[in-house]
Ligand binder design. Structure first.
Ligand code: 6R9
Length: 665
């Protein structure tokens, strides 16, 4: 396969989809060669990973990670028992694996390429410097009373100190719980309380797209209702004058100055938690997804190596934020575990102009770039004149977080990659820890819009949602599940194991349920269709409609709310809210603005509804269930396909809602 020219259509007839092979030019500029010789080698290894997972993962775990104590049991437990464990007797330390082993070998190698919001403001951090920073910060956390197993909340923008904070926690066996710095104070409060975090790490302010973000102020507001937080560590990013609470708030630069540059890493058990990360599900309350150390790190390292074709000396740039799983696994863990340079970009793709990503790729000779299609849609729309850069070192262009439309895929390949880099559309979730359905760069042929084939150890199943039975063979559609445990799967929802079981493992017995619909085509390629639950995906951000409804209902004027996702050209999906106001409340533009503000305040600006429709009532069944399907159809302009509305308690509300939507308010 490798070596064929790109764009070779190998499928014709009923399936008019082009298949793209790894471009010859990508292989020509390769520093050596891809880790696997060809697709046959993938197939052979894949087979071993499914039929002999213990042999396969035991070998990879010893090859890619450094263990202070070797494991004996590669895997134990089952989906049914909800007790999957990997590398049981093994002990290791995440920060040792990400930092020390590279700092010892090659101290001057660049670990972090920091690209600040202002193009002139960045700097590099070597592995030796990173080791010193991580050690000092680990000491600071210890001095604040953080012990092995304790949780530390991180509310930081995209700066090198975010990575230092992650690694400082893991160095002493503490659990990081990162909260995306776009979340409001209410959301931060809920996550700090749920995770029992006693220490919070933040900045005075953040800087993004030329705008300042009052991170410390948001933390102060959140902590008014978090009496158990004893310490706040504040990194001075902008020098803004922010209030410091004596005895609780400490400046990062003053604290790290007190401690030595080396602290020994604390070995933890493979199954000790590494982090919590909150994500949205179909119910209102976000879930604290828990990942453990050995298995998660192995997933990150293995996908970094094989999916992104990472080699020594590469410069890897993932545009995701460390506040989401993509940033955890592919800004921090995968590149650092493999000892390459990771770009930490503080800004936005549109500042100071739409060339920013491409300028960064040129400036740092980036070899792999990874971003969500929402950013690509924005940049494609801005125009090709912004993509004048050579970017001649690029070998891999990754896509993540939502389906990528074929025309965006082709633009990425042709205009950004100049047909010299391979596109890898990677499907995965917060819960899977690392890529699960994805091509291997340099090896797997791809089709625009398909996430292609399963990663090692992932055995996908397409299930008929009506019968609950697995549908075998190709050319099938259904919901996507996995048949056997893999190392980086989430182990629980923090403090809510029952919820974990009910959401992922009890839906179809013996399977892990993803919550996504998918098809498997005639060649066994997977096509992800999107969520089948009440989760919407706005600009690659995962939001729960129930969570937004709960936020709206907090407003004194709202009686009831129903939120649906609608297709949006730029953001993939957009949030639309229908609200029924209380008696006597008048529908005004000012009120609509207040409702939007309510969501921004309660969750964060990224969850704000794009449209709010104030309607006399919501379409409900006689038992009171809101028929969101009808709202979706109305928004899609499919009013003639509403189906049977006679079961509604008041069918006449439908016409009123249609009139409101047509009016645009
Ligand atoms: C990594 C991440 C997970 C949900 C997932 C699915 C959607 C992710 C995708 C994709 C189509 C892809 N998703 N990658 N859909 N193609 N390549 O995004 O994690 O925030 O937990 O979201 O995102 O719907 O279930 P997370």
């Amino acid at each position: 396969m490798a070596g064929d020219s790109p764009k070779t259509p190998v499928v014709a007839e009923a399936h008019e989809v082009d298949t793209f092979h790894p471009p010859q030019k990508m292989l020509d500029k390769h520093p050596s060669k891809p880790h696997l010789a060809n697709i046959e080698e993938y197939q052979q290894l894949y087979k071993e990973s499914i039929t002999e997972p213990k042999k396969f993962w035991g070998r990879l775990a010893r090859e890619l990670l450094t263990w202070s104590k070797d494991f004996e049991t590669v895997q134990s437990g089952s989906f049914e028992g909800g007790d999957t464990a990997w590398f049981l007797e093994g002990e290791l330390n995440a920060s040792y694996n990400c930092v020390d082993r590279h700092a010892i070998k090659d101290p001057n190698r660049v670990a972090i390429i920091y690209e600040a919001d202002e193009p002139s403001g960045g700097r590099n951090v070597t592995y030796a410097e990173l080791l010193r920073e991580v050690s000092k910060t680990a000491y600071v956390l210890k001095s604040m009373g953080v012990r092995k197993g304790d949780t530390v909340a991180i509310y930081l923008p995209m700066i090198p100190e975010a990575l230092v904070a992650f690694l400082a926690c893991s160095r002493i066996g503490a659990v990081h719980s990162v909260v995306f710095a776009g979340f409001s104070s209410d959301s931060l409060r809920d996550r700090v309380i749920d995770a029992n975090s006693k220490v919070v790490i933040t900045t005075d302010e953040g800087k993004r797209g030329g705008k300042l973000i009052g991170t410390k102020k948001i933390v102060d507001d959140a902590l008014k209702q978090c009496p158990d937080v004893s310490h706040v560590l504040v990194y001075k990013r902008t020098g803004a004058d922010v209030p410091m609470t004596p005895g609780r708030d400490y400046w990062w630069h003053e604290e790290v100055d007190k401690w030595p540059s080396y602290i020994a890493p604390e070995p933890v058990n493979s199954e000790d938690p590494l982090f919590l990360l909150y994500t949205s599900g179909s119910t209102g309350k976000p879930k604290g997804v828990m990942h453990t150390t050995g298995g998660y790190l192995l997933g990150a390292a293995a996908t970094g190596k094989y999916v992104f074709d990472i080699h020594d000396g590469d410069r890897y740039f993932c545009g995701g934020d460390v506040g989401w799983i993509t940033g955890h696994t592919y800004v921090v863990y995968a590149p650092l575990l493999l000892g390459v340079s990771t770009v930490v970009f503080e800004g936005t793709p549109a500042y100071p102009n739409f060339s920013r990503y491409w300028d960064i790729i040129d400036k740092h000779n980036v070899t792999q770039f990874y971003v969500a299609p929402t950013a690509l849609r924005l940049l494609k729309r801005a125009g090709d004149q912004f993509v004048k850069n050579d970017m001649k070192h690029l070998r891999v262009l990754g896509s993540v977080g939502e389906p990528i439309a074929a025309e965006v895929w082709k633009w990425y390949f042709e205009v950004v990659g100049k047909e010299e880099a391979q596109i890898v559309d990677t499907y995965w979730q917060t819960e899977t820890g690392s890529n699960v359905i994805c091509p291997l760069a340099g090896v797997t042929p791809t089709k625009p819009g398909s996430a292609s084939l399963p990663f090692f150890g992932i055995e996908p199943a397409i299930i008929d949602p009506v019968s609950g039975e697995e549908i075998h063979g190709n050319d099938v559609e259904g919901v996507l599940a996995f048949k056997q445990p893999w190392p980086s799967m989430a182990r629980t929802v923090y403090g809510a194991h029952r919820r974990y079981m009910d959401t992922y493992l009890n839906v179809y017995k013996g399977y892990y349920f993803t919550g996504d619909g998918a098809g498997r085509d005639h060649e066994g390629f997977y096509w992800i269709r999107g969520r089948v639950d009440d989760v919407v995906n706005v600009s690659g951000h995962r939001l729960s409609t129930a969570e937004i409804e709960a936020a709206l209902i907090e407003h004194a004027s709202i009686a009831e709310a129903a939120v649906v996702g609608v297709a949006d050209e730029l953001t993939g999906q957009a949030v639309n809210a229908f609200v029924a106001v209380k008696d006597g409340v008048e529908a005004t533009d000012a009120l609509r603005k207040e409702f939007i503000l309510q969501v921004r305040k309660s969750i964060g600006p990224f969850a704000a509804p794009k449209a709010v429709y104030i309607v006399p009532d919501l379409p409900k069944t006689r038992s009171g269930k809101i028929m969101r399907r009808i709202l979706r159809k109305i928004l899609a302009g499919e009013e003639d396909q509403l189906g049977d509305t006679s079961t509604l308690s008041d069918p006449s509300v439908v016409d009123k809602i249609i009139a409101t939507v047509h009016e645009g308010k």
